[in-house]
Design a protein around this ligand. Sequence first.
Ligand code: ZN
Length: 290
Amino acid sequence: MRIANVEGRAFLLTADDRGLDVAEASEGKFGPDLTSLYEDWDGFRAWAEQTPEGVEKNFSRRQLGSPSPAPRQIVAIGLNYRAHAAESGFDAPDRLPPTFTKFVSSLTGPDAEVVIPQGGNVDWEVELVVVVGRTATAVAEDEAWESVAGVTIGQDISERVSQLAGPAPQFSMGKSFPKFAPVGPWLITPDALVDKDDLPLGCAVDGETMQDGSTRDLIFPVARLVAELSRTITLYPGDIIFTGTPAGVGVGRDPQRFLQPGEELVSWIEGVGEMRQTFVAADDLARKGS
Ligand code: ZN
């Protein structure tokens, strides 16, 4: 099952550009917004699995928002792939990897135009994103997937100058500029994936592949990550977890490479879909507006 956010309304997808408006098809029992679906995810799933009938509606990519538009928390994980920890100059973690937030104000839909902050080195990090479907505190690892509504794609866009400046790294700030957390294009439930723990993912800049990995290489796979996080944090329905990025980020390259105005970043997870961001300079945008 796939759920999309079409201009704030939940759609149960029947194709990549078509689906049922959940509120209409359920006669107001669920929706119209996606946030309310996660609050009663088990009830919604039971309804959706009965293949509800209704009038299918077309939509375009431009109408898509984040499949969880108003999470109470966005949790993000660093150094969760060995090769990425190595390119970043760190040992792979044996306890919970570095954990930070991307502030909710940075959240956006799948196909955003992103402004490069003045003097910034903006980098890509394609990631599997998990959306929580049940309140979770201290869940066991073998039950943790049951707390997950589904997965989608995320880009943990990162401005490296502000991330690494100062006496201690500022992960949450360097990764929370406007639209630095594109998520989408839709939520897919774990049962609809061939292997939910082996999802090939990658990204390309102007057609050149930069990252090419698989979630089978996660040091803390989804179930272990959710279990570990839930020992400290209460996870709420609709919360978003960025699970970490594989190797190939710009800051780890020799020479280093960062996103330039006019470049297009395409990110994908096989079996899920793809997202596209274009990058613009801060002063270009000011000129356009004046
Ligand atoms: Zn990341």
